[in-house]
Design a protein around this ligand. Structure first.
Ligand SMILES: [Zn+2]
Length: 467
């Protein structure tokens, strides 16, 4: 790990065996959306042992090795982000204004340029940013994502990690030609399955592997079938970007003679163990097919809004499609994602009361946990679940008066307002400061890595967008 400056020499400690958070406003996000005010949470050996009104919990558990005074603070489940590309923070400031040109003009070609050390430095910064902002689980899928497992292990988060693979010749795809490469497919499948065999269940159970394809346009039938076979053999979930534009429909129709939804269904990627990212370029038929298959959608409303698109989240919810929220690329404030889910739903519906704060917060926690298959462990604050918790200090600019804690937090909170974050009862953020990484060193490491990668990118492609 010495090649990540911010992590060098730091080892994740065991943390206190018992933690008592008392006299806080506790948003449990349980089935009845119970709020305890004042409430308390007692944590032992990484799990939530007791939760309820402060007076009741304090009678049963009057003290602990670490006691957190929750007055003026809101306690809620750590966010579960259902779709991430940690190393894509390299595109911050370079992709937001160029629409879909970033996909084949930046994302795929950068994969040929960026070194593993550079990707690790940039992704480590992103993981720290997300943890610091209350995101306790990320669903990472990216080229060479195997490099992030030791980072997650060291920094202390929870993650699904998949080596996101493709078998198209990228240099030809930049020119709009889709040619599949057998040797590339073999090596990519070996990397993805090798990683899964090594790391699934690692870091004391905080790391799960999943099998991830980038998109339909960059995946041959054999690639998708290979991922499906490996997922079945190892008992893993799968993910793919799907339903993201007319370009996808046109390419899959031209190359495979069918609609992308037929293509993924035929090759094992439309099923109850698949998380389909985006799914905004869909009609009623595709919504019904996702519902019928029991597939899950990682709804990324913040990223989608900047691309001028809005997914039919309310239709998905009405039809029973499992819906989680994903932050996607280069953003790091998940509170913005929660608000974007509300804004997108209200604009699409033309109605200012749909997607209430409680529903959006539920999508960002329990919804994503269900999509990722980990709702028995995380996503709500309930006795028996892992202690993945964020605590927000409300005595701050922008959050006063509290009035209604749920709504004030959802409409006005930011990742930078998060005071304390724990995963498995280990305190990773305290007083707004990362405890398991050096923020300054991570920033410097990522900045240097991005500068080096972009300078090689520009030399190879004659600018910041390959054409
Ligand atoms: Zn994505």
């Amino acid at each position: 790990m010495a090649s990540v400056p911010g992590l060098a020499g730091r080892i994740l400690g065991e943390g206190p065996m018992t933690i008592l958070i008392r006299d806080a406003i506790v948003l449990t996000v349980d089935k009845g959306f119970t709020i305890h005010d004042p409430g308390a949470v007692f944590v032992a050996e990484g799990k939530i042992v007791d939760i309820g009104p402060s007076a009741d919990v304090l009678t049963r558990h009057p003290t602990a090795e670490t006691v957190i005074d929750g007055k003026g603070k809101v306690v809620l489940p750590g966010f579960v982000s259902a779709h991430n590309h940690l190393g894509y923070t390299v595109f911050r400031g370079r992709s937001e204004d160029i629409g879909f040109s970033c996909v084949t003009g930046q994302y795929y070609p950068m994969g040929l340029v960026m070194s593993r050390d550079e990707r690790r430095a940039i992704g480590s910064l992103t993981l720290a940013e997300l943890l610091r902002g209350g995101v306790t689980t990320v669903a990472e899928m990216e080229e060479e994502a195997d490099i992030f497992a030791p980072v997650v292990e060291s920094m202390g988060g929870r993650a699904l990690i998949g080596v996101m693979i493709h078998d198209t010749d990228v240099e030809r795809m930049i020119k709009g030609e889709y040619v599949f490469d057998d040797a590339l497919r073999t090596s990519q499948l070996a990397q993805a399955t090798g990683f899964a065999e090594q790391w699934h269940g690692g870091a004391d159970g905080r790391i799960s592997a999943w099998m991830t394809a980038n998109m339909t346009i960059s995946s041959s039938p054999d690639l998708l079938k290979g991922l499906r076979a490996a997922a079945d053999r190892l008992g893993l979930r799968l993910s793919i970007h799907l339903g993201w534009g007319q370009a996808e429909v046109d390419m899959v129709q031209a190359t495979h003679g069918m609609h992308p939804f037929d293509y993924v269904e035929r090759n094992g990627f439309l099923a109850s163990d698949v998380v389909c990212a985006h799914c905004y370029h869909v009609g009623e038929e595709q919504v019904d097919r996702l519902a019928h298959a029991g597939a899950h959608v990682a709804h990324c409303p913040l990223m989608n809004s900047f691309r001028g698109t809005i997914a039919p989240a309310l239709d998905y919810m009405e039809k029973g499609v499992g819906l989680g929220l994903g932050i996607d690329n280069y953003f790091s404030d998940n509170y913005d994602v929660v608000r974007a889910a509300i804004q997108a739903a209200r604009i699409r519906a033309g109605h200012p009361e749909v997607m209430q704060a409680s529903e959006a917060l539920t999508l960002a926690t329990m919804g994503s946990a269900r999509a990722l298959g980990i709702a028995d462990k995380v996503g709500s604050l309930e006795a028996g679940k892992q202690a993945d918790i964020q605590i927000v200090d409300m005595a701050r600019f922008g959050l006063t008066p509290i009035n209604d804690a749920l709504r004030t937090l959802v409409y006005h909170g930011h990742g930078k307002d998060v005071d304390t974050v724990m995963v498995d009862g280990r305190i990773l953020v305290r007083g707004g400061e990362m405890q398991t990484a050096d923020e300054g060193a991570l920033i410097a490491g990522a900045a240097g890595a991005a500068e080096a990668a972009w300078s090689r990118f520009a030399a190879r492609y004659g600018g910041y967008v390959a054409r």
